[in-house]
Design a protein around this ligand. Structure first.
Ligand code: COI
Length: 354
């Protein structure tokens, strides 16, 4: 594509790539050689640059460090079977980034800057896009309030950074989750739908407690007297109940997951009935008692699909039936991978080929 924003590039004269073992990647362990940096100041976006990945120098008074005006996105680039590179659902990620930024009163980077910045960055670091199925180049656009002033205020300055790193799939093995009714991740009218840093930091403590009890993740609920299911860990959650794919509807406390949307669409394509509706913890418990629940899984960009084997409700572990090749989550995950790698036709136009 033709680049319109005139992003300048200063290339690294050293690559970390030869030191990376692509056969044993760990999520978040490696960062690619370059990053994009663009500042917002005096009411406008300044010249964006792609520079060697490096540490930041921040004033201790930087607003983001105190009042949490910080937002991120998580998206992926894949290598297609014919050797091209595809950024998956770029526009939908941009739209969500904008919604998160608006909620946090932050400046919004123009779509051209976001798009061309990602494209140019991935082109420069194309050697970092894993060739192996399942693995991908994780793209992490994020923004923070960069004004160095500790008064409690909306920042007048922001920094957009985009960096990337090769990642494997997370949670390939089925996980154990605990329904959490004591702590909540988000509440009505809060910031749960936004991808702001605080949502993740606030989730650490309950997750750590659940881990001590032998669970991998928390199944978040509304936490009231008649709690409803919200999300699973850092992912949306989906169930197969009575042969239907059921997931809570997006709301101000649930993230509008890109993988969630993709899987719902693909399930429809496969002729599977889908329902976006509220699911109470009581309904979930009943579904275990009458064996109408056959699958449960998390859906998110990092993990893609995280199958769940155990759900703890009120101190009782409920086991999901063993998954097989016929399990819906496997079919959905496979179909998604086929589309991203160009093996199956991209009928929904999700691939942004660069
Ligand atoms: C993602 O699935 O990409 C997420 O946002 C989770 C992230 C915190 C690793």
């Amino acid at each position: 594509m033709e680049l319109l924003t005139g992003i300048t590039v200063r290339r690294s004269n050293y690559s970390k790539l030869p030191a990376v073992d692509f056969s044993s990647l760990e999520f978040g362990q490696h960062v690619s050689d370059h990053m994009l940096v663009a500042d917002y100041a005096h009411g406008e976006w300044q010249q964006a640059q792609i520079v060697p990945f490096a540490n930041l120098s921040l004033s201790p008074a930087t607003l983001a460090l105190h009042y949490g005006q910080t937002v991120f996105e998580g998206m992926k680039a894949f290598c297609t079977r014919d050797g091209r590179i595809n950024i998956f659902r770029l526009e939908r990620h941009y739209d969500r980034f904008v919604r998160s930024l608006d909620r946090m009163c932050m400046a919004v980077p123009p779509k051209d800057l976001f798009t061309e910045g990602l494209v140019k960055l991935v082109q420069i670091d194309k050697g970092w896009v894993p060739r192996k199925g399942g693995a991908s180049l994780y793209l992490r656009p994020f923004m923070y309030a960069s004004e160095a002033k500790f008064g409690v205020k909306v920042s007048d300055q922001y920094r957009l950074i985009i960096f990337s790193g090769p990642v494997p799939e997370l949670y390939a093995e089925p996980i154990k989750v605990k329904v959490e009714t004591n702590y909540t991740r988000a509440s009505k009218g809060g910031t749960g739908f936004a991808k702001c840093g605080g949502n993740y930091g606030g989730a650490f403590y309950p997750t750590q407690e659940a881990r001590k009890q032998g669970y991998d993740q928390v199944l978040w609920t509304t936490g009231d007297d008649n709690p409803f299911i919200e999300e699973s860990g850092t992912m949306n959650v989906m169930f197969v109940i009575n042969g239907k794919l059921v997931t809570p509807p997006v709301s101000d406390s649930i993230l509008d997951g890109v993988t969630r949307d993709s899987l719902l669409t693909l399930a429809g394509d496969l002729g599977y009935p889908t329902e976006e509706r509220r699911i109470s913890v009581a309904e979930l418990e009943l579904a275990f008692h009458d064996n109408s629940i056959t699958e449960a899984f998390g859906a998110g960009t990092a993990a893609v699909v995280a199958p769940i084997k155990t759900i703890c409700i009120n101190n009782t572990d409920h086991q999901l039936p063993k998954y097989s090749h016929e399990s819906l989550w496997r079919k959905l995950k496979h179909k998604l991978e086929q589309i991203r790698t160009g093996t199956e036709q991209d009928v929904h136009e999700w691939n942004f080929m660069i």
